[in-house]
Design a protein around this ligand. Structure first.
Ligand SMILES: Cc1ncc(COP(=O)(O)O)c(C=O)c1O
Length: 393
């Protein structure tokens, strides 16, 4: 007799996909979605909406008929605009052949990882790290090997010898973000040069996540791999419009890659998204051409948030924050006596209605840490910090 019961759907899912934990910040925040009583400091996004001039450019582009497929690498005008922008921002010129437009920073990282990882390969990641990279590598059939930065009075420091020791013959790339999420740590140019040397010596790729490069509180731009590498180096730089142009919901980003990979990138885009939304790319052009004032505003806004939050954290005896972040949008602090960061976040959510991200999401060794996104209105941050002071007494 035929068994009419269909096989369980979940059992049919690919093993690598099943191995990725479903527990993440979005899952934690789901229960509190749309709850206006909660101050949400758990996600990596501010509370500033996309500026009107960008919205208008997107709308006008759509109304003007820019509704057809895009070139896979991005529309030429946008790629050229990006090349000119990056040439002005960094030490060395960047040609448009090196730019591929993506539907956000995440797809940019996904393309980079898909490009270099074979089944069973690994990527060395520098942690504390934004957990999405681990999920991406697993989705591609690889795994990550972690190197933890050292935390001292000067903040988070990376020892490149530890990175070299973590690499083996299946290591295809070294991934890190500078400025980092959750630490805000900026890799000094000397450390970047050492990483580049290591990559050149071993043939291992560098994937440099520079999503927060314009959100520096003490320098115009943080050091970029574009300043020190040659076009044909095995370096992939990923970036996004999400943070500095407040466009998290639009999904717009880019990769800078060697010029010889232009066609390969186009092919990969073809078989994934088939290109980034055409009219959105016109918003990107407007953001780059007319957005410098807004970028400065966002950095100042984040800096003010950092000051409010760090001043308040200084008043909580159980909080240990060795050094104030000098970039990005996060305070990543330790709580004396706390054992389980997820339980602590759930308790704080229940008692104080403040949403924080647990440290354990950001790698081993961060179980006693919490992450707070301070890119929010001063009024809300003051209220949140009063509540936290009471909760962490
Ligand atoms: C370090 C880092 N890289 C990449 C991203 C992804 O950016 P996007 O929102 O454009 O996908 C984020 C988002 O939080 C991030 O923190």
């Amino acid at each position: 007799m035929l068994n009419s019961q269909p096989p369980m759907a979940l059992d049919g899912v690919r093993d690598q996909i099943k191995s990725i934990p479903l527990d993440n910040i979005a899952a934690l925040a789901k229960s509190a979605f749309n709850n206006k009583d909660i101050i949400p400091l758990w996600f990596g996004e501010g509370d500033v909406t996309t500026p009107e001039f960008i919205g208008k450019a997107i709308y006008e582009a759509l109304c003007a008929g820019n509704s057809f497929y895009s070139h896979q690498n991005g529309i030429p005008e946008f790629r050229q605009t990006m090349a000119t922008y990056l040439t002005g921002l960094n030490v060395k010129p960047v040609e448009m052949e090196r730019i591929t437009i993506t539907s956000g920073g995440m797809p940019a990282i996904m393309l980079a990882v898909q490009m270099v990882v074979n089944q069973g390969d690994n990527i060395v990641i520098i942690d504390p790290v934004w957990p999405n990279i681990t999920g991406i590598v697993k989705m591609c059939g690889g795994h990550t090997r972690s190197v933890r930065m050292d935390l001292g009075d000067d903040g988070w420091i990376l020892d490149v010898e530890k990175v070299a020791a973590a690499c083996n013959d299946r290591t295809k790339a070294i991934f890190f973000a500078s400025p980092g999420n959750p630490t805000g740590a900026v890799l000094p140019v000397e450390v970047q040069k050492q990483l580049l040397e290591l990559g050149r010596k071993t043939g291992i790729w560098i994937i440099s996540d520079e999503v927060y490069c314009r959100m520096s509180f003490d320098q115009k731009v943080v050091p970029s791999f574009l300043d020190i590498s040659e076009p044909e180096d095995r370096v992939l730089i990923v970036n996004s419009f999400s943070k500095s142009w407040s466009m998290t919901g639009s999904r717009l980003g880019w990769v800078v890659h060697p010029p010889s990979l232009e066609a390969t990138m186009a092919m990969m885009v073809q078989y994934t998204s088939s290109g980034t939304t055409t009219y959105l790319q016109h918003g990107g052009i407007a953001a780059i051409r007319n957005g410098e004032e807004f970028v400065k505003f966002m950095t100042d806004y984040s800096r003010k948030g950092m000051e409010i939050v760090c001043d308040a954290l200084d008043e909580i005896p159980r909080v240990i924050l060795r050094k104030r972040p000098t970039a990005a949008m996060y305070a990543f602090f330790e709580i004396d006596g706390m054992k389980d960061s997820k339980k602590a976040c759930l308790d704080i959510l229940a008692s104080s209605k403040v949403g924080l991200a647990p440290g354990f999401f950001f790698g081993k060794g961060s179980e006693k840490f919490l992450r707070l996104c301070f890119c929010r209105s001063p009024d809300q941050l003051h209220i949140a910090m009063e509540r936290l002071k009471a909760a962490l007494k």
